[in-house]
Design a protein around this ligand. Structure first.
Ligand code: HEC
Ligand code: HEC
Length: 349
């Protein structure tokens, strides 16, 4: 009996170890269709989107990756998802305040970085999209982004020789449908997990990882003044808040644009604080080019609205030393291994 329970315990340990495997996304040369296990990082909450009805496979991922970088998704075949979501910039559009799409047209919002999307309870700055599997339709038929129709996209994919075999490998049939297209893109985007910053290693107590005095002081300021919205470990609680940014020229009403509720006027989704070194400019319209400008905004440029978040009524002030420490702490949230992960790069044709 005793022997049996030890065995049972050992096999349980092995089972747990097996669950902890990394996201195993092989390189594109191997298009056998094996399942990929999606690993939830240690001590993280369960993701909101979990691939339950969209089994993550390496062929599905590769198909999604090819689609993400395919300019056929735009009307004049010039713009891909990757045009505005660049790997080296943690998948935001480097250096652009608002998005820059087809025919050089400008949108009115900053392209958000893409990572840890499976934890988002809604997508877009205003939460206007509620599911990762329908999200690609928004940029495709947006007249200032890709300006294309879904039937046209499908016709172009069907005419491109490479897709028959990619769909075949992923779904066991070369038939190309919008559902398969979107599910494959959700696999690619959902697999983009950024959980390997210095902060993460420190929290996992990895050997040799220590924080400096300044980083620790910054973490304490973060806990006191920022964590209520930018909640660890995702560094956002995905709520919508008005933090007092003066209305811009497009007078973007934010969350109220979707809910039509006056109480939601000028509220935007709390962005993550991860990977900020790669994602400037900041805020929903990219109005702040540096972190110091973000801090200036939070401290001295609060525009008073009826829907202003109480935390910002008097601004949030950081002393000169606190700014230095805060910047040091925020740098510990940069995940260089994520932006250098070639599995997410444009596939070589
Ligand atoms: C012209 C630039 C542009 C293109 C092309 C583009 N996007 Fe975006 N993307 C944006 C902007 C801007 C937003 C924010 C929109 C909003 O809040 O209304 C966004 C938002 C998103 C989000 C939500 C992120 C979040 O944090 O809520 C996802 C996911 C996304 N895009 C994926 C894609 C995919 C997939 C494609 C290709 C089908 C694509 N994007 C094409 C600019 C672009
Ligand atoms: C009441 C909730 C709340 C608190 C508290 C808060 N923030 Fe934010 N923060 C937000 C929201 C919402 C935005 C997006 C605002 C927008 O673009 O309209 C934001 C944006 C940011 C951005 C820009 C990120 C990007 O990708 O555009 C940074 C950086 C930031 N906050 C840092 C901080 C720091 C540092 C603190 C603490 C000193 C803090 N925030 C406190 C809600 C909050």
């Amino acid at each position: 009996m005793k022997r049996f329970s030890i065995l049972a315990f050992l096999s349980l340990l092995i089972a747990i170890a097996a669950c902890k495997k990394d996201v195993l996304i092989p390189d594109s040369s191997k298009l056998t269709n094996t399942n990929i296990e999606f690993k939830v990082p240690e001590n993280w909450p369960s993701p909101y989107y979990s691939f339950v009805n969209n089994q993550l496979t390496n062929a599905g991922f590769e198909l999604g990756r090819t689609l993400f970088y395919d300019t056929r998704l735009s009307r004049d075949n010039t713009i891909s998802c990757g045009s505005c979501h660049q790997a080296f910039a943690a998948f935001t559009h480097s250096g652009h305040d608002v998005s820059h799409g087809i025919d050089g047209k400008l949108g009115n919002r900053n392209s958000p970085p893409l990572f840890n999307l499976n934890w988002h309870t809604s997508l877009m700055w205003d939460g206007g999209v509620n599911h990762l599997e329908v999200q690609p339709l928004a940029p495709i038929d947006n007249p200032v982004e890709m300006d294309e129709t879904l039937p046209n996209v499908l016709a172009k994919l069907r005419a491109a020789p490479k897709y028959a075999s990619l769909f075949q490998a992923a779904y066991g049939s070369s038939e190309i449908t919008s559902e398969k297209t979107f599910k494959a893109m959700a696999q690619f985007m959902g697999a983009m997990v950024s959980a390997n910053a210095k902060y993460d290693k420190y929290m996992r107590k990895e050997s040799g990882v220590t924080m400096t005095q300044s980083e620790l002081a910054g973490m304490a300021v973060y806990e006191a003044k920022c964590a209520s919205c930018h909640k660890a470990p995702l560094f956002t609680d995905f709520s919508f808040r008005n933090v007092g940014l003066k209305p811009n020229l497009s007078n973007d009403s934010g969350r109220a644009h979707i809910t039509l509720n006056p109480d939601d006027m000028y509220k935007f989704k709390v962005p993550s604080l991860r990977n900020l070194s790669y994602t400037s400019p900041y805020f929903h319209d990219g109005r702040a080019s540096t972190l110091d400008k973000v801090f200036d905004q939070m401290e001295t440029q609060i525009y008073d609205y009826p829907t202003l978040d109480p935390a910002f009524k008097n601004g949030i002030k950081l002393s000169a030393q606190e700014r230095i420490d805060m910047k040091a702490f925020l740098k510990t949230l940069d995940d260089e291994s994520f932006i250098k992960d070639s599995r997410f790069f444009e596939p070589t044709p």
